[in-house]
Design a protein around this ligand. Structure first.
Ligand code: DPN
Ligand code: ZN
Ligand code: CA
Length: 433
């Protein structure tokens, strides 16, 4: 965040520019609680940076029984407490060392209808475990913080879990499920697992419901629908923390961007990246550091966690329509205008009256920015003015009444920098129909 200097000349230019720009049709209103939010990639990356720092300061890892693990638990717990979660740390013993699960409950919702989301927080001892599983841990944390920021009041009760000692054989999650009284187990109606969601040569894998408890197919399908890129199903079997939940008869699902297995030519064709190379060459190695993460995969998967939560938890919005995004970076030059397109197809009829426009912009002063959503026929909907706004980055969701616009065609996010000295970039944006 930077303090804005008042420059009369800039204001004059701004007024002139405003008079020259095309008329805006309808004003958007920030953040409808029901729209699936865009999860801030920058925030997820900041959490990963924190985990890297914790490892660096604690002998290079965050492994079970080592100080970097408990430091990771305490770090997340403080953030969750501050956001209004009810947290608890559950202790267990494995290989002669104390392990810890971090459980965070979002107050409210039906206590007999619990949606649980989790992933392991421990690394192997060889390295800091940033992709495995800093990524799942950080994505879950940012989604949890977004639930809090939006003061979400879903019909279901939401619980998050960060598991210890996964790398020693799924120890923490197994302990958690086994110690739950039968009645408590039966209240958990679904468990979603996020283990490795930012692999550097990523694939987009959704846990297959095949062979999993009844009810898992709906979870699989919801997670598939969360992506605008093609996904593949994968049989993760007993390789991660959903396994104990599945054994208890709880429907499970999850996301994964690949570990030691090599990407095929067909997979490189549809997802990009390198064929003949492992999805994660640094899997379980010391090089699983902050640089061992693909930002696009991390962004898409973090958004998918939110999509699943908002869709499954009964946030009151009904079943969302299709979602489109453009995750390409566009620089916003000083006093310049940029347009990022999204081509929409396959949607019947007009856009909805509450078209959710997710915006993720990094900027040194967002008060410079005037933003329009431009419909395929050129109609501009002003979602943000430069006046009355200050602060730096802009990560939010606008709701636009676009019911007079045909849905199919190329929509654009037009971002105009109306004052000198501050610059930034569009990291990505999305349209949720
Ligand atoms: N369970 C992961 C690990 O921590 O090593 C690897 C993995 C995750 C493998 C998901 C397959 C599927
Ligand atoms: Zn691992
Ligand atoms: Ca500027």
């Amino acid at each position: 965040m930077s303090l804005k200097r008042t420059i009369p000349l800039a204001s004059t230019l701004l007024l002139a520019a405003a008079l020259l720009s095309p008329p805006a049709a309808t004003a958007g209103t920030p953040t409808a609680a029901l729209a699936v939010p865009d999860i801030s990639l920058a925030n997820v990356q900041a959490h990963l940076g924190d985990l890297q720092t914790i490892a660096t300061n604690n002998g290079g890892n965050r492994a079970h029984g080592r100080p970097g693990y408990l430091a990771s638990v305490n770090h997340l717990r403080a953030k969750l407490d501050a956001a209004g979660y009810t947290t608890s740390v559950q202790q267990f013993t494995s290989s002669g060392a104390t392990g810890y699960n971090l459980i965070a409950d979002w107050p409210g919702g039906d206590p007999n209808d619990v949606l649980m989301l989790g992933g392991h927080l421990d690394s192997v001892s060889a390295g800091p475990g940033i992709n495995d599983n800093g990524t799942g841990s950080a994505g879950l944390l940012e989604v949890a913080l977004t639930v809090s920021r939006q003061a979400l009041a879903p019909q279901k009760h939401i619980r998050f879990g960060w598991w210890g000692a996964e790398e020693l054989g799924l120890v923490g999650s197994t302990y958690y499920v086994n110690q739950l009284p039968t009645a408590e187990k039966s209240r958990i109606k679904a468990y979603l697992n996020f283990d490795m969601i930012g692999s550097p040569n990523p694939g987009y894998f959704v846990y297959s419901a095949s062979g999993q408890p009844t009810g898992s197919l709906a979870l699989q399908q919801t997670l598939q629908a969360a992506f605008t890129v093609p996904t593949e199903l994968t049989s993760v079997g007993g390789r991660s923390d959903h396994a104990a939940f599945a054994r208890a008869g709880i429907p499970v699902g999850g996301l994964f961007t690949g570990a030691e297995v090599v990407k095929t030519a067909a997979q490189a064709q549809k997802w990009g990246g390198s064929s003949g190379v492992a999805f994660d060459r640094c899997y379980h190695r010391s090089c699983d550091t902050l640089t061992n993460v693909d930002a696009t995969a991390l962004d898409r998967n973090s958004d998918a966690i939110a999509y699943a939560l908002w869709t499954l938890a009964g946030t009151g919005g009904g079943t969302p329509g299709p979602r489109f995004e453009n995750a390409t970076d566009f620089a916003i030059p000083d006093l310049g205008t940029v347009e990022s397109p999204i081509a929409v197809s396959g949607v019947t009829g007009n856009a909805p009256s509450a078209l959710a426009v997710g915006v993720d912009i990094t900027h040194t002063y967002r008060g410079d920015l005037v933003i329009d959503l431009v419909a395929p026929d050129g109609t501009a909907f002003r979602v943000k003015n430069s006046s009355g706004d200050s602060g730096d980055d802009l990560v939010t969701t606008y709701t636009v009444n676009a019911s007079g616009e045909v849905a199919n065609g190329t929509w654009k996010l037009r971002v105009r920098d109306a004052a000198s000295a501050d610059v930034g970039r569009v990291n990505g944006w999305s349209l949720q129909f």
